[in-house]
Design a protein around this ligand. Sequence first.
Ligand SMILES: [Cu+2]
Length: 189
Amino acid sequence: MNRFPRIGAALGLLALLTQAPAAMAHGDGAHGAAPRAAPVEREQQDWGVAAAPGVRARTVQIRMLDGMRFVPDRLSVRQGETLRLVFRNEGQLLHEAVLGTPASLNAHAEMMLKHPDMEHEEAHMVHVAAGKSGEIVWTFNRAGEFDFACLIPGHFQAGMVGRIRVLPAAAGATAPQSTQGETHESHAH
Ligand SMILES: [Cu+2]
């Protein structure tokens, strides 16, 4: 997790650099003061990125049940596709949905066990009270096998996990994307 702030800083610097000419033209000299008030922070994660505002999304309804299940718990997505995941809590308990890699979710679940009252809110997670719904709008721009899980202590351990398979973009697709770190076949354990 520690490397994400660095990536964020790098992106912030990039934004600052691309904005610099305009800022200088206005002579406001606000060099050091990078605008921190972006409406949504869109940080690339291993499992994708928060959707850009207004992007077309496919809606998928997912039920959250006190039997510690998501229904459905298997999704298939084409790389580059954006989903509006609408989680409806049909139980009596609070549930949450957190997107991640199996490894990131395991680590996060461990932390939740140690600090059950930890409060956090990020674009790739949503907490849903009984009878309510909540959503995550997410662009799956990396191929692979990812999970969504309820990390409330006990729920994850009882199997409240679903799987999202992101199929590689079709050959010939022209969507610009980095190929850096995208090869999976030589991954050794
Ligand atoms: Cu739950």
